[in-house]
Design a protein around this ligand. Structure first.
Ligand code: BG6
Length: 509
């Protein structure tokens, strides 16, 4: 791998301290960072290299406490530099250019650069344009010498996403643009592709003949506490913040066709086709197939949790959703008629991300099904087979099926077969940002979102954004610590289905 100069714009921010520098430290410790590569923090505040190193040291000691040693840190810290630049002022970029060149010369670096925009989205286009004005964008035939990484949000609706892509395309080529969706960096998410396309026995079951429906849940226990409130309320909400990106990316991986080869463009093409075939699960108004919820005050584990409307920087009359559930369909040959139920929310009972594929029941129910606790058994309805990808926190894959309960009768008891990452591999799961940063350094864009995928995802969300921006719309309240509003349950109940209650042996959160 070639040595790189990695510039982090927005180096004073939370993302840099919490995720980026700890991930780079870990890559360094594991020997993945090219030998002479340098990391330059860029931000508005005046600061020396040493002051920046000191701040980052504390951040790594906090966020990588187990791996942190002073010895490794001082080796890594040699790579860190700081350049003070007001990113809002293009006139300061030529100085940035000079300083970066001087650092590269000093370190003997070839000028292979990565710019990571860990900044407010309002600075995306101006920063890229200022880079161009300062001659920091290489000519087309040398486009590979620069990669630019963007953190979400990429727009706040279809029109703004298109506008952003358009303005970036005036300066950068698509292959230089790396849009991060950190969910794709999670080990368990990547394993989805391997599970489906690296084994021969499961893939034939992933279709409308075998599958009754699919459920994807991204639930969080945290609310919108602290300083995040204002931004979340103005530009976020569960739909924009998590569903449009993380949940739809999970959906793509579970529903896509096998790619012709395991290369970025082939995989992204297949994901795009899923998004293009994605539509509302029911015809009619948005309320027929999607539900917006907002958490209300409640006692959670004996503690009073405040309502979204009482959080800091949230207007008392906010109509912003902190929960979304919906029924979608994928109108293609494989999935026609199979409902995909998606939900995500804040202040749920547990932090859990999972994808559950529920298969059809056997055509005849020949046996009586029992559910037993200790020696007590109850007759229950037959249970369908379910394949669950537990993305977090308990990283595992479970297949539930029916087994004969020992005894003189044919009694069926649902049982589980589980593959658990920790038990099988006994290794620390790498953090999503480690994998994704390494991929940018390697120039591998497989796990990054392409502009057409992004637009197709926004297109699917548009009707909800529109309906929920109306003054007459009010999200349905749900008690903090619960699984969402009533309407979310009715969404499934009307077809005789119900949301899974994720099984969390340790209580979960
Ligand atoms: C982020 C959202 O993209 O993902 C946050 O902005 C959310 O609101 C987070 O909490 C969830 O990520 P993870 O990895 O903790 O599941």
């Amino acid at each position: 791998m070639e040595d790189v100069t990695l510039l982090i714009f927005g180096a004073s921010g939370d993302l840099t301290a919490r995720k980026l520098i700890p991930a780079l430290y870990q890559l360094h410790c594991n020997g993945f960072l090219p030998e002479r590569s340098v990391i330059i923090g860029v931000a508005r505040r005046e600061k020396s290299d040493d002051a920046f190193r000191g701040e980052m040291r504390d951040a790594v000691a906090e966020h990588r406490a187990r791996e942190f040693t002073e010895e490794r840190w001082s080796e890594f810290a040699r790579r860190l530099r700081y350049v003070q630049v007001n990113l809002e002022d293009p006139a300061e970029f030529p100085r940035l250019h000079d300083q970066v060149e001087a650092i590269e010369k000093d370190a003997g670096l070839p000028g292979q650069r990565i710019v990571y925009l860990a900044t407010a989205p309002a600075l995306f286009t101006p920063s890229v344009e200022a880079l161009a004005q300062a001659n920091m964008i290489p000519p087309l035939d040398e486009a590979d010498r620069l990669r630019v990484v963007f953190e979400k949000p990429f727009g706040h609706d279809l029109a703004s996403a298109q506008e952003l892509s358009h303005s970036l395309s005036r300066v950068l080529r698509e292959k230089q643009i790396y849009r991060i969706d950190h969910y794709l960096g999670k080990e368990t998410v990547q394993n989805l592709l391997l599970f489906r396309f690296g084994n021969s026995i499961f893939e034939p079951m992933f279709n409308r003949n075998q599958v009754d429906h699919v459920q994807i849940t991204v639930a969080e226990t945290q609310g919108i506490e602290g300083s995040r409130g204002g931004y979340y309320d103005q530009s976020g909400g569960a739909l924009r913040d998590v569903l449009q990106n993380h949940v739809l990316q999970l959906l793509c991986l579970v529903a896509m066709e096998p790619p012709a080869s395991f290369q970025a463009e082939y995989i992204r093409n297949e994901k795009l086709k899923v998004l293009q075939a994605l539509g509302p699960g029911r015809s009619g108004a948005v309320s027929e197939w999607a539900v917006a919820g907002q958490y209300a005050a409640a006692a959670v584990n004996g503690q009073r949790v405040r309502a979204y409307l009482d959080e800091d920087r949230i207007p008392p009359d906010s109509r912003r959703e902190t929960f979304v559930a919906l029924e979608a369909r994928i109108d293609n040959w494989r999935w026609a008629g199979v409902p995909f139920y998606l939900r995500t929310g804040k202040r749920m009972p547990a932090r859990v991300t999972e994808i559950a594929i529920q298969f059809k029941l056997p055509p005849l129910n020949l046996f009586s099904t029992v559910e037993c606790e200790g020696t007590m058994c109850d007759l229950v309805e037959a249970r369908p087979n379910t394949l669950v990808f537990h993305i977090q926190p308990r990283e595992s894959i479970t297949l539930s099926f029916s087994a004969k309960r020992p005894g003189m009768q044919y009694q069926v008891q649902p049982v589980d077969m589980e593959f658990n990452y920790q038990q099988t591999f006994d290794v620390e799961m790498p953090e999503a940002y480690e994998r994704l940063l390494l991929d940018v350094i390697r120039g591998d864009s497989t796990l990054f979102t392409r502009s057409d995928e992004l637009e197709a995802a926004w297109r699917f969300c548009e009707p909800m954004l529109e309906a929920w921006s109306s003054k007459d719309h009010h999200p349905e309240l749900y008690a903090a610590g619960g699984w969402g509003p009533k309407a979310a349950h009715q969404l499934l109940a009307r077809s005789g289905r119900h949301w899974r209650v994720p099984d969390l042996p340790d209580g979960g959160s």
